[in-house]
Design a protein around this ligand. Structure first.
Ligand SMILES: Nc1ncnc2c1ncn2[C@@H]1O[C@H](COP(=O)(O)OP(=O)(O)O)[C@@H](O)[C@H]1O
Ligand SMILES: [Mg+2]
Length: 257
């Protein structure tokens, strides 16, 4: 499913005034495209995804799916929030099937589907564990499994691998890409890790410091699996780091003025 965001604006009340967070964000993801979003902390990445998922209202702007404003657009979107939001009283397995259950799938069937994906994401043997018994990285994986199980055409993933070590991360990149390939989903993947963006995405979008808007878009025309030592990869990485570095400098200037 194709996703188009047109001129999104959002401010939050801030004391007596307001804080401008998104300032005319325009973005497109074609059907089955994997788009990574990079930007300095606080630039509005999570706010952008919250709006796309329908959790908060934008002040203005439009969201189009396959070229149309769709009233029930939420039903086409699976969202993994930055906070993992697992229910503490549910086991791993029951947290994973939460979305499926809400969709009315019988528990038995939901369990069977979840089981396979939990194993693939390295959580086999932990089905009966509770969230407090898991590491941060494991909880993130449960939340990711829950998101992928919904089989939606659009995935919004907000720093899904933030709490993981490098080895686990690269393994999960592999499984995520596999699931993306199998489901042919359109993905918006927020990260602050330049290498992660380049390993995964077809295109990388760089946002400005707050108020966020799109600063640059880079095509990553490299075959997968990608190698961080590939000269083209290295060149793209340098380019992205420079774009981001300029933003953090501007933010400092802006805040001290
Ligand atoms: N509900 C809210 N009310 C007020 N301010 C908010 C709210 N949500 C986010 N903000 C502010 O908006 C800015 C962008 O936040 P966020 O979208 O979480 O940034 P990012 O995900 O890029 O780090 C931050 O300054 C944050 O404090
Ligand atoms: Mg965020």
């Amino acid at each position: 499913m194709e996703l188009r965001i047109e001129d999104l604006h959002k401010s939050f009340p801030h004391g007596a005034s307001s804080l401008r967070v998104l300032n005319g964000v325009c973005l497109e993801a074609t059907c089955g495209e994997f788009v990574a979003i990079l930007g300095p902390s606080g630039c509005g990445k999570t706010t952008l995804l919250n709006i796309l998922a329908g959790l908060i209202e934008p002040d203005s702007g439009r969201l189009l799916l396959d070229g149309h404003q769709v009233p029930d657009y939420r039903s086409h979107i699976a969202y993994m929030q930055q906070k993992d939001l697992l229910l503490p009283w549910r086991t791993v397995l029951d947290n994973a099937i939460l979305g499926l259950e809400l969709q009315g799938l019988p528990r038995q069937q939901a369990h069977a589907q979840a089981q396979a994906l939990l194993e693939r994401f390295g959580l086999g043997g932990f089905e009966r564990a509770y969230p407090h018994q898991l590491s941060g990285g494991m909880r993130q994986r449960v939340a990711l499994v829950r998101t992928l199980l919904l089989q939606k055409p659009i995935w919004l993933l907000d720093e899904p691998f933030g709490a993981l070590d490098a080895m686990t991360r690269s393994q999960l990149h592999h499984y995520l890409l596999q699931a993306w390939h199998d489901q042919k989903a359109t993905v918006l993947f927020v990260t602050h890790d330049v290498e992660e963006a380049l390993v995964l995405a077809d295109r990388v979008v760089v946002m400005t410091a707050r108020p966020g808007r799109i600063k640059a878009i880079l095509d990553v025309a490299l075959p997968r699996p990608r190698h961080v030592t590939d000269p083209q990869f290295v060149a793209l990485k340098a380019e992205l780091l420079e774009l981001l570095h300029a933003e953090s400098l501007e933010e400092r200037v802006y805040e001290s003025s």
